[in-house]
Design a protein around this ligand. Sequence first.
Ligand SMILES: O=C(O)CCC(=O)C(=O)O
Length: 266
Amino acid sequence: MKVFLKCLAKVKEATGHGAELIVLPECFNCPYDENYFTDFAEAIPGQSSNVLSNVAKENGIYLVGGSVVEKLDGKFYNTCTVWSPDGELVAKYQKAHPFDINIPGGTSFKESEFFSPGTSFATFDVFGFKIGLGICYDLRFAELAQVYARLGCHVIIYPGAFNMTTGPLHWELLQRIRAVDNQVYIASASLARDTSGPFIAWGHSTVVDPLGKILGTAQEKEDIVYCELDLKHVNKVRKMIPITFQRRTDLYDVVEGKTFISEEKS
Ligand SMILES: O=C(O)CCC(=O)C(=O)O
């Protein structure tokens, strides 16, 4: 509850500074540790949904509610919900790629032992932008971002929490790659670093523009990153460097189990 109240105070603060869409981090209301997931699991709608919905409504903002541990039909999902200024649920995304890594002497985690993977994409429309959703480790999968770009997204939002091994190496790099490859804005919100907790997050919430330029970034401690996104900028970048329109999907579309190559097609 303490964490929840802190987040809600930050949402109020950001709204006071003119924010119209606010993003919370992955697992913002639960320690990112398998020993806590069962106790914090809940239904959607449920307790956290009610609070997020009310907060979106009270502040008159769109709220991307980081992620919570969702319990659904006896399974658990790492799930992001998005709330409108009317308090309505406008999107729900279940993390598609469970974070399973093993770096000896670094970080090991096996999310798939607890969480089931989501099986669909989620987008929502706001202020003329189409926005796609991923969660943390999903950033590593170029295909997810490509699908969102091809669905017409201008922005992809990733609530996240990289760690002290992969964070310094990959967190910013991946966001810049996804932004440049897909000519979209990438916005990530990370947990702040708490060295006394069970999971030590890298932090550094970031916003990158479609040219790969860092528009704003936090340090490791609690902070709010403010950025203004411009739809005209997305279109301008796509005109200047027309890769979005030059894709040779006739040549290299990959379908599950089968890569189309020119010989096969002729
Ligand atoms: O991909 C990584 O290195 C970190 C991912 C992660 O922490 C997560 O998905 O929760």
